[in-house]
Design a protein around this ligand. Structure first.
Ligand SMILES: C[S@@+](CC[C@H](N)C(=O)[O-])C[C@H]1O[C@@H](n2cnc3c(N)ncnc32)[C@H](O)[C@@H]1O
Length: 421
């Protein structure tokens, strides 16, 4: 007899409805009972083998804990909470549950497995009577699983069960890991401007979403927050922020020529007069204004805003010096304790370019007077990833669109969240 059969009392592939007919060892019966009661299915032979070994080693507590902590149990519980059955074949499940033993035995085990204590007389009487009156055994399990007592126990044992670790870094290179963060993805979807699937990932969507995600985590999505955007064009995020903050002021040169003619026509001046025509969704029109203004000479008094940000713009203001002038101006117009958020081009490899900053130039921008980086920049993102590079000259529409090249110069976005000291 092989090990599996020996452990199972010669019933290695018996399904639970047949358990009365074949002889299972008491431990194997306990395991099959617990699988049916907690997961709604029989234990597979290999599961039975391994759990029997654990039980023989005296690890009964760990056995129940393992089942109660499993994703499978959690999903079944969620289905019950949502008013659905936990398995598609309820009749098969009920037949298997009925085959486990008499009603009072079943109720006692249900208490033991779920609530972790012996059934009290009143509880046992109540559920045995319900079964005698025709209620199903899976209903008894569902009621117990939805009881306050079980809820408390489950919370205590597994409060964060199912919480998948997620990337929340704010200061970083455009990071594909964010597409695996459900909170971040909720924002991306809400922006409605770029497809949300991973194969379409785009650093534009990354910048918009990361800005909002960061402002949310830093507690700045509030009605009393005044926001300034520099080199704003008609970016979708302006309209989103108009719906979630007190006011948004969009500034840009909006000059005829380069920026109103190419690509997404970001510098299109018509947005000043007809902002609604660029809105991706309805927005609070009284919260958003567009002003023609040079980012290096902001026409606002000191400490006028709570947040100032600039996405993919300062690199076009005249090299590092132009970018530094704009950052200094943003520092001036933001209140102490306020936030600056900057997204700009970061050189990964290859020869320098006037509009793509080397890492040391990025660090120098982050160290402008009056500024403090909120966390070290994660600059190792593309040392961890295998990735494709978009050749902007050949085809700038290729996706994923996270790392780009112009000639031999390879670059991506860097995102920085800084506090105004
Ligand atoms: C690549 S676009 C980015 C626009 C927008 N932030 C976005 O992400 O869609 C760069 C923008 O910078 C603006 N710009 C260029 N020089 C500027 C300056 N000195 N001051 C303000 N805006 C400027 C352009 O008009 C253009 O709209």
């Amino acid at each position: 007899m092989d090990l599996l059969k020996r452990l199972m009392g010669s019933a290695s592939s018996a399904s639970a409805p047949q358990q009365d007919a074949v002889k299972l060892s008491p431990e194997a019966r306990l395991i099959q009972g617990a699988f049916w009661m907690l997961l709604g299915r029989e234990a597979q032979p290999i599961e039975l083998r391994d759990e029997l070994r654990a039980l023989h080693a005296g690890d009964r507590q760990a056995f129940f804990l393992r089942l109660l902590s499993s994703t499978e149990f959690r999903q079944g519980l969620a289905a019950w909470k949502a008013g659905r059955s936990r398995r598609p074949d309820v009749q098969r499940e009920d037949a298997a549950l009925r085959a486990l033993g008499p009603d009072d035995w079943f109720v006692d085990r249900a208490y033991e497995f779920l609530v972790g204590r012996p059934a009290d007389d009143e509880g046992r009487r109540h559920y045995v009577a319900a079964l005698a009156a025709g209620d199903s055994r899976s209903n008894v399990l569902r009621w117990l699983s939805l009881s306050e007592e079980f809820e408390r126990r489950h919370q205590d044992l597994s409060a964060q069960g199912g919480f998948i670790p997620r990337d929340t870094q704010l200061c970083e290179l455009a990071n594909p890991a964010k597409w695996d963060n459900p909170d971040w993805m909720t924002v991306l979807l809400d922006l409605k401007v770029v497809p949300a699937d991973k194969a379409s990932m785009h650093r534009k969507g990354y910048e918009f979403t990361q800005l909002i995600f960061g402002l949310g985590r830093l507690g700045r999505l509030r009605e009393d927050v005044r926001v300034l955007s520099v080199g704003a064009g008609h970016e979708a995020v302006l309209y989103w922020l108009a719906n979630h903050t007190g006011s948004v002021t969009a500034t840009d040169m909006y000059e005829e020529g380069r920026w109103d003619a190419i690509g997404a026509m970001e510098g299109d001046e018509r947005v000043i007069h007809r902002p609604q025509e660029y809105a991706p969704f309805p927005y609070r029109e009284d919260r958003l204004r567009f002003l023609k203004m040079d980012g290096r000479r902001l026409a606002f008094r000191a400490a006028s805003f709570d947040v100032a940000y600039s996405l993919s713009s300062i690199e076009h203001f005249g090299g590092v010096a132009g970018a530094a002038d704009a950052v200094d101006e943003m520092v001036r117009v933001v209140k102490p304790g306020g936030l600056l958020v900057l997204a700009t081009e970061y050189l990964l490899s290859g020869p320098p370019h006037e509009e793509i900053f080397r890492p040391d130039e990025i660090h120098a921008l982050a160290r402008r007077p009056g500024l403090r980086l909120l966390q070290p920049i994660d600059e190792a993102v593309y040392r961890r990833y295998e990735y494709g590079v978009v050749d902007l000259v050949k085809n700038r529409f290729q996706t994923p669109h996270m790392v780009l090249r112009m000639g031999d110069t390879v670059f991506t976005t860097v995102m920085m969240f800084l506090e105004r000291e």
